[in-house]
Design a protein around this ligand. Structure first.
Ligand SMILES: CC(C)(COP(=O)(O)OP(=O)(O)OC[C@H]1O[C@@H](n2cnc3c(N)ncnc32)[C@H](O)[C@@H]1OP(=O)(O)O)[C@@H](O)C(=O)NCCC(=O)NCCS
Length: 440
């Protein structure tokens, strides 16, 4: 029986809305950390299906899993316990045995789920290839303040060349929190640290940390959607017993070492990973080194994103129609506002030879991001560029946004006032108002 139209329509809208993200994420490298609690949870199969989907969409995927509860359970079963110093477990030789068992067991479970291919399941036809190996070289923490950490180690080196080779072959790389020393010893490592160092070594596009809870504002108890590194550092300092401490520490380190984006996503939220990666506002906390929006000069790679932004506005006659070729020829005149790989705003500055007049053109901000001064930001950026290029006057043509330009100090003028420049016949045909601003 066909689905009701509204459901079909919402499905179509959802699919179309997610398509820019599918393009933006393709061939990008994501490192995803999830704890041992996640591996044991009932919903873990769903997480694995989501990982498989990301792999099918051309994302280069490295998975790093934790094993803390698995080690705890083995210790308990044998009436033993281990001591922690700060976040580090002291791994004696008996505990190391449980670490190896836990890592081996978890890896087999994950590989099995990634190998599933039952018809009528989300994994049908997925045919995922998984690789694990000795990618992590470790060294002992050693003896600190008289305490010997035994087989608890730190990452010494990540074999990024080997990992990249597997990613190149479209394999999912699965890494356990275990490292090997050149002397042949095995070390128990923090999974968050391994994920962070892998993301840094690969210069991954994203480090994604699946957490046990949301990153909340302590006063309002609302989810914090974005944090800069300095804001994350303040959060970490003020809340010393914060359960997200290892994740925040990992995020700060990764951002400081040039990993562009770190996402904290509550693993309990069904489909959280997909919602965060394929919807406009996401459901997690995005931590980035700088502001998560970048205003920069466009390149030819940005043309599909620019077209996607301006096509609906051309259809409404808010912007003059431009062909792909036209944009390509003038691409260095364009500036774009980029947010997490998506183009959410653009503007162009077209000069006229032998004059000190330039045209501010193709100004657009995506409807989801309007009313937050982004239009002003784009205009201010372009006016600065104009000034640097010794432009004295700027004009703009507008059919429906003239009042916006008035508020930015533009005045309406007649065609005769700018007779020295050749106006395109299309601007005259669409009866656009001519707006003018003197640059001081
Ligand atoms: C014009 C445009 C770029 C403004 O982007 P923006 O990021 O929302 O702009 P700002 O946040 O800097 O300014 C928002 C203010 O401008 C007002 N505004 C936005 N569009 C307007 C319009 N067409 N006419 C009058 N005022 C407008 C908003 O109401 C808001 O004011 P408020 O906060 O008092 O409500 C955006 O609306 C857009 O992309 N429009 C479609 C394309 C277009 O017309 N481009 C100009 C032709 S070159």
């Amino acid at each position: 029986m066909p689905e009701p139209l509204t459901q079909q329509a919402s499905f179509i809208n959802w699919f179309r809305d997610s398509s820019p993200y599918i393009h933006a994420h393709r061939n990008k490298t994501f490192v995803i950390f999830f704890g041992g609690e996640s591996v044991q949870s009932k919903s873990f199969a769903n997480h694995v299906h989501d990982f498989a989907l990301l792999n099918s969409l051309g994302i280069r995927l490295v998975l790093v899993h934790g094993i803390r509860p698995q080690i705890e359970q083995r210790l308990k079963k044998n009436n033993q316990h281990s001591t922690f110093v700060g976040p580090h477990r002291i791994t004696d030789s008996t505990t190391l045995q449980y670490v190896k068992e836990s890592a081996g067991h978890a890896r087999v479970e994950i590989e099995a789920l990634l190998s599933m291919g039952l018809a009528n399941s989300p994994m049908s036809g997925a045919k995922i290839k998984v690789t694990s190996g000795n990618f992590v070289t470790a060294k002992p923490i050693g003896i600190l303040k008289g305490t010997d950490f035994c087989f608890t180690g730190r990452v010494r080196r990540i074999d990024s060349t080997a990992i990249n080779a597997h990613l190149q072959n479209h394999n999912v790389v699965l890494i356990s929190p275990i490292g090997y020393s050149p002397t042949g010893e095995v070390f128990n490592l923090s999974a968050e640290e391994v994920a962070t160092d892998v993301a840094i070594a690969l210069q991954a596009d994203k480090l994604i940390l699946m957490t046990e809870e949301n990153c909340l504002n302590e006063t309002t108890q609302h989810l914090i959607p974005q944090l800069t590194v300095s804001e994350a550092s303040v959060l970490l300092t003020n809340a010393s017993d914060h359960s997200l401490k290892p994740s925040l520490t990992a995020a700060i380190k990764a951002c400081q070492k040039n990993v562009d984006r770190v996402h904290l996503i509550n693993r309990h939220l069904e489909g959280g990973l997909l919602l965060e990666l394929f919807s406009r506002n996401g459901v997690g906390t995005l931590i980035s080194a700088n502001s998560y929006e970048k205003l920069r000069t466009a390149t030819t790679h940005d043309i599909p994103g620019i077209l996607e932004l301006i096509r609906p506005l051309e259809a409404e006659n808010k912007l003059i129609a431009r062909s792909r070729e036209h944009i390509e020829i003038d691409i260095e005149n364009y500036s774009i506002l980029e947010r997490d790989g998506l183009i959410i705003g653009c503007i162009a500055l077209n000069t006229f030879p032998h004059t000190t007049i330039a045209e501010v053109a193709c100004l657009a901000v995506h409807p989801d991001y309007q009313h937050a001064a982004r239009g002003q930001q784009l205009l201010a950026h372009t006016l600065t560029q104009a000034k640097q290029n010794k432009i004295r006057q700027v004009i703009a043509f507008s059919t429906q946004s003239s009042h916006w330009f008035f508020e930015q100090g533009f005045l309406e003028i007649d065609l005769e006032a700018i007779a020295e420049i050749g106006i395109k016949p299309q601007q005259i045909e669409r009866k656009a108002k001519i707006l003018h601003k003197q640059i001081s």
